[in-house]
Design a protein around this ligand. Sequence first.
Ligand SMILES: O=P(O)(O)OC[C@H]1O[C@](O)(COP(=O)(O)O)[C@@H](O)[C@@H]1O
Ligand SMILES: [Mg+2]
Ligand SMILES: [Mg+2]
Length: 350
Amino acid sequence: MSGATLEAHLASYAAHGEDIAQDVAAIVQRLAKAALDVRKIVSQGALGTALGGVRDGGLNADGDLQKDLDLLSDDLFLSCLQGAPVACYASEELENPVLLDPSARLAVAIDPLDGSSNIDTNISIGTIFSVLPAAKGPEVNPSQSFLQPGNRQLAAGFFLYGAQTALVLSLGKGTEIFVFSSRLGCFVAAYKSISIPDRTSEFAINMSNYRHWEEAIRLYVDDCLAGSDGPREREFNMRWIASLVAETYRILVRGGIFLYPSDGRRGYHQGRLRLVYEANPIAFIIENAGGSATTCLTRILDLVPDNLHQRVPLAFGSRREVARVARYHVDPNMIGERAPLFGKRGLFRA
Ligand SMILES: O=P(O)(O)OC[C@H]1O[C@](O)(COP(=O)(O)O)[C@@H](O)[C@@H]1O
Ligand SMILES: [Mg+2]
Ligand SMILES: [Mg+2]
């Protein structure tokens, strides 16, 4: 499908899908417009006056430091959805969802700026979004729309503000990557089809947390680090950008596995990433590209969230590798499979 514009892609989806597809398409189009405004400000970095993202603000609902740009992006996405077919809007930056049009059939959850600790360092950041059917009923409150499992998502995507400005989008059948063409002034499909290879030799994890992980994750990583001398019998490469969107983009383009597991630090018992507006949309995108996404053990998209800002351990990417991580949690043979040198002790604890 490479070469088609986002507009044409959305028009064909709206024409062939159910009648709600038109609403989904209208939302994606509005988000894409707002993302170009965010990109403009992001690209100015520290030159972007008082709103350049260099000053830190307060704390969000999850206790993370908010940057000016986190808040500004949130405002831009919320305003772009005024008048759109959206019943309610939830964001990392807002404690509670905002009610927009109660008669509309869709709900939008957003991480307005993902990877925002990277703003000042000029590393790729992005915006993640999830589109769900809005909960209906006389007693319904806006929060209920966001407490549905991710398998009910109708669409999910993210914008990447990097060397290229890109939109990764899944409308439920496949995952597409669009790159913004400054020549044409619109997003254009950049690849024929996205299909994550089953097998990989590249993992992404924040290694500085090694001592806080549970045994299963340490053993998995020990085995990757042991390379061709260990039970994997091949060399592994490692990446950590500390930007979920950038990491996901790389995995979509060339495979790999990403892990942000639970760990022993205070506040990290459920990992770092948020289920509703980070893990769920990423899992939807990844599964629609042939990969898988789990809590390191079970499927992300089957979880029923119990609150909007809930965190969740996350592993996603190449199917065989994600399945292998789960096996370290449940299969005692995974330890037996190792050469004696890599028995219980693990490389770092030898
Ligand atoms: O700094 P750490 O612990 O490595 O965490 C990095 C992770 O945190 C995040 O920045 C969290 O997202 P936010 O920036 O939206 O809070 C992810 O993009 C990234 O994968
Ligand atoms: Mg984020
Ligand atoms: Mg964020």
